[in-house]
Write a protein that binds this ligand. Structure first.
Ligand code: CTP
Length: 400
């Protein structure tokens, strides 16, 4: 996802600097051209050579460490201005103070000062240091100037204390970079409401009626919409998935909860995408206590739930785009075209559960996008790629 992107890592002297080797390696695997600048202190924690081997680029630790044959490039200027994104991690109290106050006295700070791209700063230090009002004031200043602060996490810190000050995991740092620069921000200014996952209908305090939905398709849509600059709200049934970065997640359980949250948020949305596998039926009553088994068979009376897509489709606002999903095992196109009309949707993404690589649990999907006057069959794609195809078709439809 970072092919053609130039990512600059600025590593300063915190013990978490060792984590940056993983970050560099993961960014390279995403296709990025990764460059690294370090403070002298950072080299006490991890050698520059590690990054050089991983990135195949020269690592700079000193402003005066220039190529004697190159009279054209000034490394701290060319590195700073050519980056698509800079990640300062771990960011010590010292470097935070320097950047916030315009001090540029080493390779890291002189490279950041001329930067034209998004600069992400991940503070990492002892919890008391982090809470110090001077540090907090510097962080507020950085935010005011447009730097993005990646909040440190809670945990056991190397100094022996438990507290807030831990550098987030390499995966989370890379996700922040992806959020900043993986995609063009072509959905900036748009509000996207997505639902995902299964619902759970309680039979008694122990048992539920649910389905096999993993939530992966809806989560991929929410994640990619956030990468593309949209303001995203995700209403999610119970899943094992991590919340996508930069997305507001509302967790629900039942079809009724999902209905309430979707209707509440629908008015403000420009684009609504319903990828959730909502239960069509729920028990007429939920037993207060555990239902004990008896001899013989047992059945549960069920009643219909509300059809969320239908309700939202009926109350569609001017200019709003509503996209549903359709999971079928037979007559996919015919049934899905009917759903498009019946539910007053602008598009239905249809998939056939019988096709290998499509549907629940897997990381891929095979979708046909159906609008009234347009159909597009997509090949087997990762759910992230499929999500982007859906978003591009929607974006182009909004323009019409
Ligand atoms: N949907 C919904 N509320 C429900 C059921 C479904 O909003 N109570 C939405 C799904 O999120 C999906 C679309 O409707 O976007 C189609 O769902 P699907 O289960 O494929 O079809 P159904 O409408 O349930 O129709 P059928 O049972 O005939 O397949």
């Amino acid at each position: 996802m970072l092919k053609g992107k130039n990512i600059l890592l600025a590593v300063t002297g915190g013990v978490a600097a060792y984590k940056m080797a993983d970050v560099a390696s993961m960014l390279v695997k995403q296709g990025a051209d990764v460059h690294v600048v370090m403070t002298k202190n950072a080299t006490n924690f991890i050698p520059a050579e590690t990054f050089q081997v991983l990135t195949k680029n020269k690592v700079y630790t000193d402003c005066f460490d220039e190529d004697p044959d190159d009279y054209v490039n000034v490394p701290h200027i060319s590195l700073g201005t050519s980056a698509d994104c800079i990640l300062v991690a771990p960011a010590t109290a010292d470097v935070i103070g320097k950047i916030a106050n315009g001090i540029a006295d080493d390779m890291v700070t002189t490279t950041i000062l001329p930067a034209l791209c998004p600069v992400l700063i991940a503070p990492s230090m002892n919890g008391y240091m982090f809470d110090n009002p001077i540090v907090q004031d510097n962080i507020s200043k950085l935010k005011k100037f447009g730097y993005k602060i990646i909040e440190p996490s809670f945990g056991h810190l190397a100094c022996g204390y438990d507290g807030k000050g831990k550098l987030p995991s390499p995966e989370d740092l890379v996700e922040n970079v992806l959020l900043a620069v993986a995609r063009d921000k072509d959905l900036k200014g748009k509000k996207v409401l997505v639902n995902a996952g299964p619902t759970e209908e309680s039979i008694d305090p122990i048992r539920v009626i649910t389905n096999h939905s993993s939530g992966k398709m809806g989560y991929a849509i929410a994640r990619q919409a956030a990468f593309r600059g949209a303001g995203v709200t995700l209403v999610s049934g119970p899943t094992n998935l991590k919340s996508p970065m930069g997305v507001e997640v509302i967790s629900i359980k039942s079809a009724e909860d999902m209905y309430q949250e979707m209707v509440k948020n629908a008015d403000q949305a420009d684009i609504i995408i319903m990828a959730a596998a909502v239960a069509d039926y729920t028990p007429v009553t939920t037993a207060e206590n555990k239902i004990k088994k008896t001899e013989g068979d047992f059945s549960i009376p069920l009643k219909r739930t509300k059809d969320i897509l239908l309700s939202i489709g009926q109350q569609k606002k001017d200019g709003q785009f509503i996209c549903g999903f359709s999971m079928e095992t037979e007559n996919m196109l015919e049934n899905s075209r009917k759903k498009l009309i019946k539910k007053n949707a602008d598009m239905i993404c249809a998939n056939n559960l019988r096709q290998a690589g499509a549907g629940y649990q897997v990381d891929t999907n095979i979708l046909t996008l159906i609008q009234k006057d347009f159909e597009k069959e997509l090949p087997l794609l990762s759910k992230d790629e499929a999500a982007n195809e859906i978003l591009t078709v929607i974006k182009n439809s909004l323009k019409k």
